[in-house]
Write a protein of this length. Structure first.
Length: 319
């Protein structure tokens, strides 16, 4: 069934095609079958592409041999030529896609710049809108993965999660603004609203909890578990901070283990410390090579080094 001026103008030999709208499938000799094109200039140059559903103004305008695609929305899949098994729903969704296959873009501008990226799932307005060749990514939420271009195997769930990521790979960001500033860093797991917010190139980090590792930029190989854990850490590496506000003020201190509420909270540059217990080593700032075990153990130590305090509210004596 052909309805509309110049619809199927170049000739149609394929079977079971439905073309409705001005200039639909106009420019080529259509040999493809099982297509449904509805909207002015939808599928305008389609030739052998088959089993496609194009609905909207200039949808899949340049599609020639691409098959098994579903495009719905103004300019959705506009530049698709040979890409197959794609689903683009929304204004400009998948606009630049040419040969990319097996993609699902849902939301206005989602996957807009994608060209050859494959096996991507972008759900939300502007999600993955800068992606060009990145593959196997899952972005869910408004602006999630917005700047991603070539990054692969990333999962960003939540509004603006991983928004600045460009080429980072194997990252998992879950939560509002999680991993927002991440650019090229890889192998990170940020779970919680604004977890790892400032991270740019720090890699192999695990931040779980509201604001966990919020200020981290280049620090790598850190594990922060709990709300505000390692919140101020910027370049510190190989740290383990567990429970609420553990290592809160740590900036460049490395190789520390703080377990317990407010354990090592004010540590900034101290390294190679082991604090276990509620408020253990709480006021330590630059002290190094200390072991504080027990609630409030070594709580008032600030710059002392090589101390071992074991027990409840033990202040000890420097050795």
């Amino acid at each position: 069934m052909f309805i509309g001026g110049y619809t199927g103008y170049g000739g149609v030999s394929g079977n079971d095609n439905q073309f409705i709208g001005h200039g639909v499938a106009q420019s080529g000799c259509v040999t493809g079958s099982g297509n449904n094109f509805i909207g002015n200039l939808a599928g305008r140059v389609n030739t052998s592409g088959s089993h496609n559903n194009f609905l909207g103004y200039r949808v899949a305008f340049y599609n020639t041999t691409g098959s098994h695609n579903n495009f719905l929305g103004y300019y959705a899949g506009y530049n698709n030529t040979t890409g197959c098994f794609n689903n683009f729903f929304g204004l400009n969704a998948g606009y630049a896609n040419t040969t990319g296959n097996n993609n699902n873009f849902l939301g206005n501008g989602s996957g807009r710049s994608n060209t050859i990226g494959c096996f991507d799932n972008f759900f939300g307005t502007s999600s993955g809108c800068s992606n060009t060749t990145g593959c196997h990514n899952n972005f869910l939420g408004y602006n999630s993965g917005q700047a991603n271009t070539t990054g692969n195997y990333n999962n960003f769930f939540g509004r603006d999660s991983g928004r600045s990521n460009t080429s980072g790979v194997h990252n998992n960001f879950i939560g509002y603004y999680s991993g927002y500033n991440n650019t090229t860093a890889s192998n990170n797991n940020f779970i919680g609203n604004q977890a790892g917010f400032a991270n740019t190139t720090g890699s192999s980090n695990t931040f779980i909890g509201f604001y966990a590792g919020h200020a981290n930029t280049t620090g790598s190989h850190n594990t922060f578990l709990g709300q505000n854990a390692g919140r101020c850490n910027t370049v510190g590496e190989f740290n383990f901070f567990g429970v609420y506000s553990a290592g809160f003020c740590n900036t460049s201190g490395s190789w520390n283990t703080f377990i317990g509420r407010d354990a090592g909270r004010y540590n900034s540059t101290g390294c190679n410390n082991f604090f276990v217990g509620c408020r253990a080593g709480m006021y330590n700032t630059s002290g190094t090579y200390n072991i504080f075990f027990g609630n409030n153990a070594g709580r008032c130590n600030s710059t002392g080094n090589f101390n071992v305090f074991i027990g409840l509210i033990v202040t000890g004596k420097q050795i």
